[in-house]
Design a protein around this ligand. Structure first.
Ligand code: NAI
Ligand code: MG
Length: 498
């Protein structure tokens, strides 16, 4: 492995090499308008490169490349496609450190706690889906003695994958690996805040995949994502991001009657009962709130419903734990917590901090310590913040903040906790901490969320269906069912035996 300094130089060299281009038809391609936009590190605010500012002309070219490559890709045996994905996974594994360094540079996600972990999940996801080629099965149906009736799963065609910036590599892998193994080709639209690490990964994938099978554009939502969703050769859109944008995409997809998978965030409740093992609960709360990612996670445990009798101790122990975490340079191995992604998100998070401080019944705890290094003085750091004594009715408890800000909401009995947990527009994830088995089982049945955990709080993993209900979205990701249900279409075939 390179020494850290060399790694930084290597990552910066990749950022320069990949500046101002898309990748489609197997090649780096300049945007047809000639326009680019700057990409900067949110920790130092130094520019590290530029990204192509894609528009409808680039979309047309990239979708053309994907459409042109699709028939040959679909004609391969599924296992052969899977083996190519596994070869790509090995390729990604060889470059994990470079990928993680570039991700940390461009997003401010700390290398040890976040970026390296994500780079590993990325490779793991290709490995996982690469093994599922032989699972693209249909059924035989004993419909009538004189007929042979069966179903078969076919690829949809060209898939558009529109990405967010918060876990861009993992979420890209959750979208493109199942789409590809099922025989689709893909055009990715990266998030404007994280274009280079995703482009680097697609560049690496193109070393194993035939040209045109996986393509990536950078650009802004309406001017690049908009034409992509509208292109009549696109047969499916998979999206992660905000509820508002998800609805715009769903409307555009409805006009063309194409399916969508939408992962739209949450306001995930974490219930702490009075009989919970507090050591484990506090560790799980800190991990579940994703303080290491500045809370920029759709499943962040941002509504902590805590039994009044343990609230004080829970808050004190959580504060101790977060105070011991170190904010700093995302590239430093000693750093636990990096930065917010962009000035827009930084301002948005601050508006919620101001809001919380103005609520008279709410106590504000600002934890850890801002970094002192002069080169980080303009970095987009926000101290982890716990608002204690929030009411489930407050905007703080209802709106997705997407920052290192959690609410502690007291309750007096279990029924009240369940009612508050479910009283939300969102339904992505939920957690309960208790040693009472009956209660734990009861909660798993009653919590309205797509991903429910008891006495733990782990992140989405390849192999487990992941996706929300209510305003949190439509459809599942990350599992075999996600591949079958969301990236294939079923054909029913009836053959007369007469
Ligand atoms: P966004 O939903 O606007 O952006 C996500 C992606 O959609 C980006 O690639 C963007 O370019 C694209 N996009 C935007 N408008 C589009 C359009 N009209 N047509 C096609 N594509 C379009 O999210 P944004 O603005 O980055 O963040 C705002 C808030 O959204 C965050 O504060 C957070 O609450 C939520 N969010 C949730 C995420 C999740 O994991 N579910 C991820 C990112 C943001
Ligand atoms: Mg937006």
């Amino acid at each position: 492995m390179d020494k850290p300094n060399n790694l930084l130089e290597t990552a910066l060299a990749h950022a320069r090499r990949l500046s101002g281009v898309h990748l489609y038809a197997g090649k780096l391609q300049a945007p047809l308008s000639g326009k680019t936009f700057p990409v900067a590190s949110p920790a130092t605010r130094q520019q590290i490169g530029t990204a192509a500012d894609g528009d409808a002309q680039d979309v047309a070219a990239a979708v053309g490349a994907a459409a042109g490559a699709q028939a040959d890709w679909a004609a391969m045996s599924p296992r052969a496609r899977g083996k190519i994905l596994q070869k790509a996974a090995a390729q990604l594994t060889q470059h994990t450190e470079e990928i993680a360094t570039l991700l940390a540079l461009e997003t401010g996600k700390a290398i040890r706690t976040e970026s390296r972990v994500e780079a590993n999940v990325l490779a793991d996801c290709f490995e996982f889906y690469g093994g599922l080629g032989s699972e693209l099965k249909g059924e035989t149906i004993p419909f009538a003695p004189n007929m042979l009736v069966f179903t078969q799963r076919e690829p949809i065609g060209v898939v558009a994958a529109i990405l967010p910036w918060n876990a861009p590599l993992m979420l890209m892998a959750f979208k493109i690996a199942p789409a590809l193994v099922a025989g689709n080709t893909v055009v990715v639209k990266s998030a404007e805040e994280a274009p280079l690490s995703t482009l680097f990964v697609v560049d690496l994938l193109n070393r194993s995949l035939p040209p045109g099978v996986v393509n990536i554009l950078s650009g802004f939502g309406p001017s690049c994502g908009g034409p992509l969703v509208a292109d009549r050769r696109v047969g499916k859109v998979t999206f992660t991001g905000s509820v508002d944008t998800g609805k715009i995409i769903a409307h555009a997809a409805a006009d063309r009657l194409i399916p969508t998978t939408l992962e739209l965030g949450g306001k995930s409740p974490m219930i702490v009962m009075d009989d919970a093992d507090l050591d484990r609960t506090v560790a799980g709360a800190v991990a579940g709130m994703r303080f290491t990612r500045q809370g920029q996670s759709c499943t962040a445990a941002s509504r902590m419903l805590v039994h009044r009798s343990v609230r004080e101790e829970f808050v004190a122990r959580m504060a101790d734990k977060v105070n011991a975490m170190r904010m700093g340079d995302p590239l430093d191995e000693a750093t636990d917590i990096g930065t917010i992604i962009s000035t827009g998100q930084f301002d948005r998070v601050h508006s919620y901090l101001e809001l919380g401080k103005r609520i008279p019944h709410v106590e504000t705890l600002q934890l850890s310590k801002m970094p002192e290094a002069p080169e980080l003085k303009d970095g987009l750091f926000v101290q982890p913040t716990v608002f204690v004594g929030v009411s489930n009715e407050d905007r703080l408890a209802r709106e997705e903040i997407f920052g290192p800000v959690t609410c502690v909401i007291p309750f007096d009995d279990y029924e009240q906790a369940i009612a508050m947990a479910n009283d939300s527009d969102y339904g992505l994830a939920a957690t309960i901490w208790t040693r009472n088995l009956q209660r734990a089982l009861d909660a798993t049945q009653r919590l309205q969320a797509g991903f429910v955990q008891v006495n733990q709080n782990i992140v989405a993993q390849p192999g487990l269906s992941y996706g929300g209900i209510k305003q949190s979205g439509l459809g599942k990701e990350a599992s075999m069912e996600a591949m079958l249900d969301h990236f294939t279409q079923k054909k029913t075939i009836l053959i007369s035996r007469d």
